[in-house]
Design a protein around this ligand. Structure first.
Ligand code: CUA
Length: 323
């Protein structure tokens, strides 16, 4: 190769390097500009936790909106706690007074999720084990959608919630200052509430599921119970991965493991599912409700989601696994 050609190549390499360097500087300036003038800021990590410890953490015991301080002439201070999990936000809806200074505490129960609120600067990455904290004031009443913008698996596109911002004095705000309804159920876990918060986004509140995507629990849950009492607790604790067939439809989704819920919650949820939608009439006559101790007993086994699929293959079901 000629000397001039070498020179030309070297010149172009320098130009491209300079252009790349300039782009980096431009991006840093843009980020600095948004942080300084558009009210953007980086969500802070306020504390660490583990998904297992989440339910026992006071902050996340009753996720939702709480008024922490109210002084005349000062903006209302409100905290909003949200747990993201496959594939919904708990709670799905937050009701917030306009003008209140909101402190969000956000975390994930299982995998990487995000919490983005449309038309605001709220956009936090939710890392399991980390609690993200950010502050925001909604000046405009209205409905703001929240979405997860980190691909978190099969139901990612369903992962949505809402924030309803109401004018101070709106009667809809009474729920904010009233104690959380779920906590009122003295002592025992509320199976229907746990189901509504965790299961209904896929299996639906009717238990009908979504054909081809999420299997129905109507009839099917009772059928699984009849095939073997130990299967349902393992399914909840360890999840399920692999193709199955239910009432003639094939399903190849992924049931997340729910081991981070407490033994009481899991037992209550199973008992709810087995008594709802006429399932109780389909149970064997010797059925007795699941107890938290029974759930606890299955925790020692540590199956994989694939292992649960293999186990399902051994059950006497009319519709069997299809792989
Ligand atoms: Cu959670 Cu995507």
């Amino acid at each position: 190769m000629q000397h001039e050609e070498h020179e030309a190549i070297a010149r172009w390499e320098r130009r491209w390097l300079n252009a790349a360097g300039l782009l980096l500087v431009l991006f840093v300036i843009l980020v600095a500009y948004t942080l300084a003038t558009e009210g953007g800021h980086i969500a802070q990590r306020s504390a660490r936790t583990t998904p297992e410890a989440l339910t026992s953490l006071e902050l996340f015991e009753n996720p939702g909106v709480e008024v922490t301080s109210f002084r005349a002439g000062e903006p209302l201070q409100v905290t909003a706690t949200v747990i993201a999990q496959a594939w919904n936000f708990v709670p799905a809806e937050l009701v917030i007074p306009a003008g209140a200074e909101v402190t969000f505490y956000l975390t994930s129960r299982d995998v990487l999720h995000a919490f983005q609120v449309e038309n605001t600067t709220i956009n936090a990455e939710l890392i399991p084990g980390e609690i993200a904290t950010l502050h925001y004031t909604f000046d405009e009443p209205g409905v703001y959608r929240t979405t997860c913008n980190e691909y978190c698996g099969f139901g990612h596109h369903n992962m949505m919630g809402t924030i309803r911002v109401l004018r101070p004095g709106d009667p809809g705000l009474q729920s904010v200052t009233a104690p959380a309804a779920g906590a009122a159920a003295a002592g025992g876990a509320d199976g229907e509430g746990v189901y509504a918060a965790n299961c209904a986004s896929c299996h639906q509140s009717t238990g009908q599921g979504v054909p081809g995507a999420f299997p129905p629990l109507v009839t099917h849950a009772a059928e699984l119970y009849a095939a073997g009492r130990d299967y349902l607790p393992k399914l909840l604790l360890y999840g399920l991965e692999g193709e199955i067939s239910v009432e003639g439809s094939a399903y190849n989704g992924q049931m997340p493991a729910w081991g981070s819920l407490s033994d009481e919650e899991l037992a209550a949820t199973l008992n709810y599912v087995l008594s709802a939608w006429g399932n109780d009439a389909r149970l064997p006559p010797d059925f007795t409700p699941y107890t938290p101790e029974e759930i606890a007993g299955h925790r020692a086994e540590t199956l994989s989601a694939g292992g649960v699929h293999t186990l399902r293959g051994t059950l006497p079901l009319t519709d069997q696994n299809t792989d």
